[in-house]
Ligand binder design. Sequence first.
Ligand SMILES: Cc1cc2nc3c(=O)[nH]c(=O)nc-3n(C[C@H](O)[C@H](O)[C@H](O)COP(=O)(O)OP(=O)(O)OC[C@H]3O[C@@H](n4cnc5c(N)ncnc54)[C@H](O)[C@@H]3O)c2cc1C
Length: 385
Amino acid sequence: MKSIGADLFRGHGRLDGPRRITVTGDDGERLTLTARHAVAIATGSRPLLPDLPGIGEVRPWTNRHGTDSSTVPGRLAIVGGGGVAIEMATLWQGLGSQVTLLARRRLVSRMEPFAGELVAHSLTQAGVDVRIGTQVAAVRRPDPAGPVTLTLDDGSDLRADEVMFATGRAPGTEDIGLDTVGLFPGTWLEVDTTCLVRGVDGAWLYAVGDVNHRALLTHQGKYQARTADDAIGARAAGPPLDDGPWGDHATTADQHAVPQVFFTDPEAAAVGLTAEQAARSGHRVKVVDLDFTAAQGANLHADDYRGHARMVVDLDREVLLVWFPLILDLSIPYAGAARLPEDVYLGRWLAITAVLFAASALALALKLRRVHRAARATKTTRSGS
Ligand SMILES: Cc1cc2nc3c(=O)[nH]c(=O)nc-3n(C[C@H](O)[C@H](O)[C@H](O)COP(=O)(O)OP(=O)(O)OC[C@H]3O[C@@H](n4cnc5c(N)ncnc54)[C@H](O)[C@@H]3O)c2cc1C
């Protein structure tokens, strides 16, 4: 902080009216700061526990316990089907727990359906009891030193030594003085593309990172912070904002091209829109699928190599959208080989290279077609004139 000329004040920060912040230190001392131009909120998110009967008595685990527990429960029930749930299932099954994963709907439902299917398959292969389409109706731990019993929606009971909920996130805005600027405590902060909070007069309050609920990932938070920083500077200096799509002061990628990886085994990775999202947004798309089982490099390195990649191509613009960060709608959910030995990562990269090679070939073909069409159009115009 010092090296960039910033002052650091430690304590609990709260808004105290427009452009004003109070910081309460551990010793209870309160300091008031007033900003000349802007205040940025970056208070993140916390795990959200469902309002289930008995939840208060079972000492539920969240991702926090999932990463700092020093004991391995014999049986661990994990509730959820998103990224945190599948990563925790991979981790704790690997550490020796017998994991039961309870998901309401298909796993990683924001990715292409095959990604969730491959992850479910590999978790099952690793010994996880994957139950999809299952809801928890109640939990209880009558003996504080004993196991947890989960009552499921079909009326059956499941016993576990610990239960972890990976059922979503809540905004870290309960105690930050939102009410002093006309906003509601405990709500996500809705922002425009420059990360300026909506509903506050005077263009001075920004929110970056999880707290604005745009894309709950570290790299997206950093991207938002950089963009908001530039926007604050531009607003202060007075030049017009460049906040159109992909402008310097716009967090356009949040809505079109969020890269993400789930560290399961195999990993599942994606960037951009799924085929369904692209079609729903009105794009005319071509879906290109590649089954890694057929990738020669991969099979050279591992038996039973499994994996799948998909590209979604925008046919109207005739571009392969991954190659140019300015162009959107590319989706590559990828699930590589299960249980690969360390030296087989080369095989995985060979497989990815195969996909990229196929993508290049397709891009070239589309480009040639466009050039050919343009040449034909020029010829027609000339012969017509
Ligand atoms: C299990 C799990 C795995 C994840 N894995 C990945 C991953 O692999 N890759 C990835 O990109 N993302 C991952 N994420 C998401 C990532 O952790 C978040 O998107 C990221 O941490 C958000 O950053 P942030 O700065 O908005 O909030 P946070 O990292 O939550 O930081 C908020 C900070 O604000 C402080 N704070 C809160 N209130 C106040 C206050 N009133 N006054 C002063 N300080 C305050 C908090 O103490 C905290 O230090 C994962 C999340 C989870 C739960």
